[in-house]
Design a protein around this ligand. Structure first.
Ligand code: HEC
Ligand code: HEC
Length: 349
């Protein structure tokens, strides 16, 4: 458990020698002082201080600071639901039956949504209600939670005024209490990866899977249930008990971003990736390949009522751009990105 206060900022990767200072130093040995001034180097920079490039990550408040009152009890309950969703609200849930498979929120939203770049909930409360292209309307945070109950969990929406939904939203509010309203903080989104110049290759991905994933998620991608048969030790990545098409995790870029900075689970965090960008894209293509693997079905016909708002890696036609469904699924994405930019269409993924 982290012992930091809510407003504290975690610092990492803090040393980088400034390339410009070195360049200027070298230049000074061969070029006149006046020329140095002209190109913007100060002679002082010869021995100038090492500039520290600091990436600041949002640090969520420590759970020990949750107040000991009625509100605090609800925050703790919300967190407990997000950590152990299948026990309370899964198909065998003791409080209600909303999840349709054994997946829990924490299988994707790591550490109760408190892990940077691990699908954290840092800014979720601060950014909702918001317009959602998939529905073509404004959703509340409770609606967005229900999206994940319905898609990755292949279940049915929870009542938005239930005690459980209130507790979940309250926990997210507490977790992001230091996030400016409407804003993002470092670590809330998935970490960016380089888009490839070729389509992602599921066959190459299969090799990556055998090497780095199979020992936990299994040969058949079905994962491993806990002995109680209710929740997973290793969640399934495809098959009838996995996430639906239409889940964001079924989109190539999102999935690859998650995988690269979080998997293999026992070795990798955002700051210790193991796969290259290519390997992450290829293995995401393998996991999400609809010819090699099955998944529950879903009716996607009502999604993205405005075609040009479909994310780059959304793989169901029709599109407002001239690229094929195949290219939207596997890439290369750069030509789609460029075309959309040129034509004033949204370029998100
Ligand atoms: C199979 C993986 C998976 C599971 C399981 C899952 N989610 Fe998600 N969730 C995602 C992905 C992927 C996104 C999209 C993140 C993005 O757009 O960058 C998301 C987005 C969200 C968001 C919006 C976050 C934001 O900041 O915009 C919320 C809230 C959320 N999920 C809640 C839940 C809850 C609650 C559960 C359990 C009932 C759950 N999710 C289960 C994958 C999952
Ligand atoms: C050491 C075991 C282990 C290895 C190896 C591993 N994972 Fe995972 N993976 C997990 C666990 C555990 C979770 C769920 C995290 C949690 O519940 O806290 C998970 C979650 C996931 C999820 C999100 C949940 C879901 O069901 O979709 C994806 C996607 C995923 N892993 C893909 C991969 C890929 C791809 C690889 C190989 C590059 C890999 N994992 C390697 C243990 C592992």
């Amino acid at each position: 458990m982290m012992m930091t206060s809510g407003t504290e900022i975690q610092r990492y990767r803090d040393t980088e020698v400034p390339a410009r200072a070195i360049a200027c130093y070298r230049a000074s040995t061969i070029v006149f002082f006046s020329v140095l001034l002209f190109i913007g180097c100060s002679p002082l920079e010869k021995e100038g201080p090492v500039v520290r490039r600091v990436d600041t990550l949002f640090t969520p408040p420590d759970t020990s600071t949750i107040p000991h009152d009625a509100t605090g009890d609800m925050i703790r309950y919300g967190r407990e639901l997000l950590v152990n969703f299948p026990y309370y609200l899964g198909p065998k849930g003791t409080v209600g039956k909303f999840g349709g498979n054994g997946l829990g929120c924490q299988n994707c939203h790591l550490d109760a949504g408190a892990r940077p770049y691990g699908l954290s909930y840092f800014s979720a409360h601060a950014r909702y209600p918001q317009y959602r292209a998939r529905e073509g309307r404004v959703l509340t945070l409770a609606d967005r939670v229900n999206n994940c109950v319905e898609r990755p969990l292949n279940g049915t929406a929870m009542p938005v005024d239930s005690k459980e939904m209130t507790a979940i939203v309250l926990y997210m509010k507490w977790l992001g209490k230091d996030v400016p309203v409407g804003g993002h903080v470092p670590g809330d989104k998935l970490k960016e990866i380089q888009l490839l110049d070729r389509p992602a290759d599921p066959n190459k991905g299969m090799v990556v899977y055998q090497q780095h994933c199979v020992r936990c998620h299994g040969d058949d991608g079905q994962g491993v249930l806990k002995p109680d048969g209710i929740a997973y030790t290793y969640p399934p990545l495809w098959g009838p008990l996995s996430y639906q098409p239409g889940s964001s995790m079924h989109r190539l870029i999102k999935s690859a971003q998650f995988i690269k900075y979080n998997m293999p689970f026992d070795l990798v965090r955002w700051d210790t990736p193991l796969l290259t960008d290519e390997e992450a894209m290829d293995v995401a293509a393998y996991v999400n390949d609809d010819k090699m693997h099955t998944r529950p079905t879903a009716d996607l016909s009502m999604e993205y009522p405005f075609q040009k708002e479909k994310p780059l890696d959304y793989y169901h036609a029709p599109y407002a751009d001239p690229f094929s469904a195949e290219q939207h699924k596997y890439g290369p994405f750069k030509p789609i990105f460029e075309w959309r930019k040129k034509n004033g269409h949204p370029t998100g993924y």
